[in-house]
Design a protein around this ligand. Structure first.
Ligand code: COA
Length: 252
C-alpha cells in the first residue's frame, strides 16, 4: 500500500491518513488505489465499526493532483474506470460510518468527500473550496446534486458556480461540519466520536445510516452523469490552460 496513505487500526476504528504533506496531500492515482483498498478492507472486516479520515501536516487535501489531471488530459487516459472515479463510487456506497477531520485546506474532493461522511469535525483554520468551474471542470462525487439539496440553490451557486471559498464557521452554519474544535484537540475528539459510532449495536447503526440516506439510486446515477461530463471537461482546452497556469505558478 502507498506510504502516502497511512492505514492503522485504533480499536474498532480504521484510521486513514492522507500523507503527502509536501503537496498538501493532493491525491494521485496511487493514493486513490490505496484508499480503495482501505475502503474495501474496512467494509469487509467485521471488527471495523467506523472509518476516520484525516490529513497529515496541517492540511486535509488540496484535491486531485493537478499534474495527474494534465497527464490524463494529454494522454486521454481519464477512463471510465479511473482510480479517482472508483474511489468516489466506493465512498458513496461505503456501508459503515465515516468521520472526517478537516484541518487547513479541503479543496475539490477534499470538500465533496465531506458530503459522504456522517460526522465532520473541523479546525478553526479549515478552508473549503470547490474550484471545479475555475479549472474548466465540473463538480464530482454527487456534489452538483447534493450541494443544492443540502444548502439550497442560492448558496450552492455561490460555492459551485462562483467557486467561493468558505471557512469553518460557514461550513458549520450550512451543515457541512458538525463542530469546530481547536486544532490540538481535533483528532482526539473525532476519534472519540468514531469510537462511539463503532461501539453502537452494529445492525441498528448500519440500518439507520441506510435509512437516513434514503434511496441512493438517483445519486449514483447523477454521479455517473457527472463523471461523463468530467471526463469530457478534463480534456478541454480551458481545463488544460487552467492546469498549466497552476503548474507554472513558480515561473510567473
Ligand atoms: N496538485 C498538485 N500539486 C499541488 C496541488 C494539487 N492539487 N496542491 C498543491 N500542490 C503542490 C504545490 O504545487 C506545491 O508544490 P511545490 O512545493 O513543489 O511548489 C505544494 O503542493 C504546496 O502547495 P502551495 O501552493 O505552495 O501551498 P499554499 O499553502 O500556498 O496553497 C493551496 C495551498 C491548496 C491553496 C494551493 O496549493 C492550491 O490552490 N492548490 C490547487 C488546489 C486545486 O485546485 N485542486 C484541484 C481541485 S479539483
Amino acid at each position: 500500500m502507498s506510504d502516502q496513505i497511512l492505514v492503522a487500526r485504533e480499536g474498532a476504528v480504521l484510521s486513514v491518513v492522507l500523507n503527502r504533506p509536501e503537496k498538501k496531500n493532493a491525491l494521485t492515482g496511487d493514493m486513490y488505489r490505496a484508499l480503495n483498498v482501505a475502503l474495501a478492507e474496512a467494509s469487509q472486516e467485521s471488527s471495523v465499526g467506523a472509518l476516520l479520515i484525516s490529513g497529515a501536516g496541517g492540511a486535509f487535501t488540496a484535491g486531485n493532483d493537478i499534474g495527474d489531471f494534465l497527464a490524463a488530459a494529454t494522454s486521454g487516459q481519464e477512463s471510465e474506470d479511473s482510480p479517482g472515479g472508483r474511489f468516489i463510487r466506493a465512498l458513496a456506497r461505503f456501508d459503515k460510518p465515516i468521520v472526517a477531520v478537516i484541518e487547513g485546506q479541503a479543496v475539490g474532493i477534499g470538500t465533496t468527500l465531506c458530503f459522504h461522511c456522517d460526522l465532520v469535525y473541523a479546525a478553526p483554520n479549515a478552508h473549503f473550496l470547490m474550484p471545479f468551474v475555475n479549472l474548466g471542470l465540473v463538480p464530482e462525487a454527487g456534489s452538483s446534486m447534493l450541494a443544492p439539496l443540502r444548502f439550497g440553490r442560492a448558496r450552492a451557486a455561490e460555492l459551485l458556480l462562483l467557486a467561493e471559498p468558505f471557512g469553518a464557521e460557514t461550513a458549520r452554519e450550512i451543515g457541512l461540519v458538525n463542530q469546530i474544535v481547536a486544532a490540538e484537540d481535533l483528532r482526539a475528539h473525532a476519534l472519540d466520536k468514531a469510537r462511539a459510532l463503532a461501539g453502537k449495536p452494529r445492525g441498528a447503526m448500519l440500518a439507520t445510516r441506510r435509512l437516513m440516506r434514503g434511496d441512493s439510486e438517483a445519486l449514483y446515477a447523477h454521479m455517473e452523469t457527472e463523471l461523463v461530463e468530467f471526463r469530457r471537461a478534463v480534456r478541454s482546452p480551458e481545463a488544460r490552460e487552467a492546469f498549466m497556469a497552476f503548474l507554472n505558478r513558480a515561473n510567473r
